[in-house]
Design a protein around this ligand. Sequence first.
Ligand SMILES: NC(=O)c1ccc[n+]([C@@H]2O[C@H](COP(=O)([O-])OP(=O)(O)OC[C@H]3O[C@@H](n4cnc5c(N)ncnc54)[C@H](O)[C@@H]3O)[C@@H](O)[C@H]2O)c1
Length: 352
Amino acid sequence: MATGKVGWGVIGACGIARRRTIPEGIVAAPNAELVAVTDVNAEGSRAVAAEFKAAHCATAAAVLRHPGVQAVYIATPNNLHRKYVMAAARAGKHVLCEKPLAIRTSDIVRMIGACRDAKVLFGVGFMMRFNAYHQKLREMIADGTLGTPVLARGQMTCWYPPMANAWRQVPELGGGGSLVDMGSHVVDVFEMFFGRTRSVFCRTANRVQNYAVEETAILALEFESGVPAVVDVSFGIPDEASEFVLEVYGSKGAVKGKYSLAQGPGGEMRACILGGMKGYDAQQNNQAKAGYQPWELPTKNTYLSEVEAFSQAILDGRPAPVPAEDGLWNHAVMEAAYKSARTGRAVTPKLK
Ligand SMILES: NC(=O)c1ccc[n+]([C@@H]2O[C@H](COP(=O)([O-])OP(=O)(O)OC[C@H]3O[C@@H](n4cnc5c(N)ncnc54)[C@H](O)[C@@H]3O)[C@@H](O)[C@H]2O)c1
């Protein structure tokens, strides 16, 4: 494993970058160093630069020209990802871009081609893959601890009312609403457990938020392993009432939890794991037999893991740990879901 520090630039420094990825990831990672930041909010960008001891650049081009920058993190509104990823590839800089990688899957194909030609790593910001519970669940599903996986359920909700300049509420800027914003993460985590999506059925609704993107979406998915799952997301539920539920059921037990499908590092989990397959109990007196126990694991900040893993891949000359190809596929699933919502039929996602 090579040692050293990767110099990072940040384009779009004042949103999630300032809240999470810079302080918890780039500044905290032993193999990374924040070198230069920019944002159209120049005052905010100057403040980030001063707080985290980096250079403030007036433009993205200046970040990409900075000799100390080897990798850039792009955390702008979704419609700008394409432009900045292409610019990063032209400048020969490795790029970690937030999800969704672009508004259209066809754009993502071009972005991947440009990064491949430029021989730079291109990763997507699905940091929930690094959550300790998700990693352990993947193992437990793969090694049969849960028996045959039977079904899964995942939920992300929040309160996101109409606001001026809220780019997520404008279809051309965000590419969709709660589904692409939050549902994309849940689908990505479920694909890590169960393989790629084979079929998706989707319903969307706007019950309380009156904007042009979907406030609420429910997905019925089937993965290539045959496991069915339900994913529901909404921008119309108070934060206080949002628990980010994750449930995975198998023939030998289940894991139920809250808050792992979120920005925090861990979650609250309970597990019920039987030693082996049990016989059928016709009484179905399940409450008396309830076997859930609290399940605690040491956790690690997911933004730190994300930046550390990407930086190490650069230092070691290995592929991006969460490659843009997975972001491309995820977006194909999102497009299939929107098509299902429009047509009322289940859709098989496809890469064009
Ligand atoms: N993985 C995660 O945990 C996570 C969480 C939140 C957001 N995101 C993703 O991160 C991205 C940003 O979301 P956000 O919540 O931070 O949004 P935001 O609006 O809070 O922040 C975006 C920032 O980009 C800046 N910006 C806008 N246009 C710019 C331009 N042309 N050049 C440079 N900077 C520009 C804005 O001024 C703002 O500071 C989105 O793609 C979103 O999906 C990921």
